[in-house]
Design a protein. Structure first.
Length: 185
């Protein structure tokens, strides 16, 4: 409910009635974010908002899935999808591009299983296998160089697949300009 001190604009009724825009809580199922929605007849959208990106078809007004779409139907610059031209050609000619430009070198991550010692996918693995010579000092129990050693030190912790798939903030080369800071959060 609006505060009495807040100004009201003439177009607010148009936005609510004609454009049929709704509040955040009216669209997305908040209990689903914490895996707490057990209602099979829930009418709200079940999307994990922390991982979701904006629907590229919705941006053009062409999304046919409507409320069933697994992508966000809101204009949020922090959650824009990856720029197709930049991912395909390595450059984007649009200086005002609103899509993310992700560093192509970060595209294939280092295979954590290979780094650990063995990757069952072998040559078919979609991640990079970086070959290093085995450090015999580490193999026999003690490497004086420690983590600064240039040779291979196999890791014995089990990799987290979610961590490996996620795009890291450092991999984003270009993020759209912050036009309206209040609209991003």
């Amino acid at each position: 409910m609006a505060d009495e001190n807040e100004p009201t604009f003439g177009f607010e009724s148009f936005i609510k009635e004609k454009l049929n825009l709704k509040e955040f809580d009216d669209i997305y199922c908040i209990p689903y974010q914490k895996n707490l929605c057990f209602n099979k007849n829930c009418t709200k959208v079940h999307i994990k908002l922390e991982k979701a990106v904006v629907c590229k078809h919705w941006l053009r007004g062409l999304c046919k899935k409507g409320i069933q779409c697994e992508f966000l139907h809101e204009y949020n610059l922090k959650k824009m999808p990856e720029c197709w031209f930049f991912s395909k050609y390595g450059e984007c000619s649009n200086p005002e591009c609103t899509f993310l430009h992700i560093d192509p070198n970060s595209r294939s991550k280092e295979c954590l299983w290979y780094k650990r010692g063995f990757c069952r996918h072998g040559a078919m693995c979609r991640n990079r296998h970086i070959k290093k010579k085995l450090c015999f000092s580490y193999f026999f129990g003690l490497c004086l160089a420690g983590p600064l050693c240039e040779l291979g030190h196999p890791k014995y912790d089990i990799p987290n697949p979610e961590e490996q798939r996620a795009v890291q903030e450092k991999d984003i080369i270009y993020r759209p300009k912050n036009l309206v800071a209040d609209n991003l959060d």
